[in-house]
Design a protein around this ligand. Structure first.
Ligand SMILES: NC(=O)c1ccc[n+]([C@@H]2O[C@H](COP(=O)([O-])OP(=O)(O)OC[C@H]3O[C@@H](n4cnc5c(N)ncnc54)[C@H](O)[C@@H]3O)[C@@H](O)[C@H]2O)c1
Length: 381
């Protein structure tokens, strides 16, 4: 039996927003990718509420549901565990899953702190299991093309960059508290929620960070305990974070994240300048990667100089087959590609990529940013 003919059973921990997205991505694999593909079976889902478990069984198609994730780990027919729970549960659940011999696909952030992430990355390395983090934005064709250009030396030496990941969902002071606004359950606010995505992407493109100087701010300091409640609870995480970054070669950059950027929807963007060229990307215009080749000659009327837009659209290489290279790309397709890469890594006995080590590296940057904000000083990563 080839690896592709093996049945891979899935256990989903958490069936909220992301639990549904990961399940949809698994169900999509046979339509989106050419055969041969491994046979995927959605076996068990774990969620706390009766309503979520019922949904997982009825629309998710899971064979059984449970409020206790250990029931998934005990099953021999489950080899893949997806972790889609609040951040504070990732460490315990990932460690238990790896110890039970499972491959793990864990949504971001890997953990609450770098210390926790380090334990997870160490165990993942020792286990020989495939452990991957859901930094799905890496899997946008324009971002993959950016990485290809960086690897080909298109940029030359990195000189500077600026990046942002901006959302606006938290502007309404009546938005009630949730696990995403409590430090003990989320670790941090915009920094871990959005910052982990953009920090991972920038680090993937320009390399490891040397130092950061960051400021985190909570703009709405109290919110209703529940929807419609007059009882207020203190928000213990940041709404916005901004950091200056220094790379080992002295290059400087900035990263800004916000859950309160009026007018933003899914505003992830970057501009990177190097000694030979520059690239720019905007997730709200994700079909294109903008590139500037500084080796092209200038001249009368501009010669050949200027920004160009590469039509990355949905130009994923085979085995991608649906919906085809000319169709515009979108958020769910990045998740499907990210999950496909996890499954391919599992069947080919490869470590995950982005790995738990990548998740740890991002977490170290976030920890340094928090420490810098508290001290007001630059912090080495
Ligand atoms: N990559 C992305 O695009 C993306 C987007 C949003 C969220 N996330 C991440 O995904 C994770 C989940 O976020 P979400 O928005 O889906 O949250 P959510 O609140 O919508 O869902 C959380 C789920 O976890 C379950 N849960 C809570 N406590 C549990 C426990 N003790 N045992 C088992 N299950 C438990 C809940 O029942 C619920 O089904 C977070 O780490 C978040 O940062 C990633």
């Amino acid at each position: 039996m080839t690896e592709c003919e093996k049945m891979l059973g899935v256990g989903m921990i958490g069936y909220g927003f992301m639990g549904k997205m990961h399940s949809y991505a698994y169900a999509s694999l046979p339509y989106v990718f050419e055969p041969p593909q491994p046979q995927i079976k959605l076996i068990g889902a774990c969620a706390l509420s009766d309503a979520s478990r019922e949904l997982a069984a009825k629309s998710g198609g899971y064979e059984f549901t449970t409020p206790d994730y250990h029931d998934l780990l005990a099953r021999d027919d489950i080899s893949l565990i997806n972790i889609c729970t609040p951040n504070y549960l990732h460490k315990e659940q990932a460690i238990a899953a790896i110890k039970a011999g499972k491959h793990v696909y864990c949504d971001k952030p890997l953990a609450l702190t770098a210390d926790d992430a380090e334990e997870m990355a160490l165990l993942a390395n020792q286990s020989g299991r495939t452990c991957q983090v859901t930094f799905h934005n890496r899997f946008c064709p324009a971002v993959l093309r950016a990485r290809q250009l960086v690897e080909d030396g298109f940029l030359g030496d990195i000189i500077s960059f600026r990046a942002a990941y901006l959302h606006s969902g938290y502007n309404d002071p009546k938005r009630p508290m949730s696990w995403k606004m409590r430090k003990e359950t989320s670790g941090a606010g915009a920094l871990l929620d959005l910052g982990t995505h953009i920090i991972d992407m920038i680090r993937w493109l320009v390399g490891d960070f040397h130092k950061v100087n960051a400021r985190l701010r909570t703009l709405i300091k109290e919110r209703p305990r529940q929807a419609g409640s007059t009882q207020l609870e203190a928000v213990s995480v940041d709404d916005i974070a901004a950091m200056m970054v220094e790379l080992p070669n002295g290059a400087l950059g900035s990263i800004e994240v916000s859950r309160m950027a009026v007018g933003a929807t899914d505003g992830l963007r970057f501009e990177i300048e190097g000694s030979k060229g520059a690239i720019a990307f905007d997730l709200m215009d994700a079909n294109w990667l903008s590139v500037y080749d500084d080796t092209k000659p200038g001249g009368d009327y501009g010669g050949e100089r200027g920004w160009r837009k590469i039509e990355c659209i949905q130009a994923y290489p085979k085995p991608a087959m649906l919906p085809g290279a000319k169709a515009p790309v979108g958020w769910m397709r990045f998740h499907i590609e990210s999950l496909h890469s996890f499954v391919s890594n599992v069947i080919n006995n490869r470590t995950g990529c982005p790995s738990f080590e990548d998740g740890l590296a991002v977490q170290r940057i976030c920890d340094a940013a928090i420490a810098s904000s508290e001290s007001g000083l630059w912090r080495e990563v």
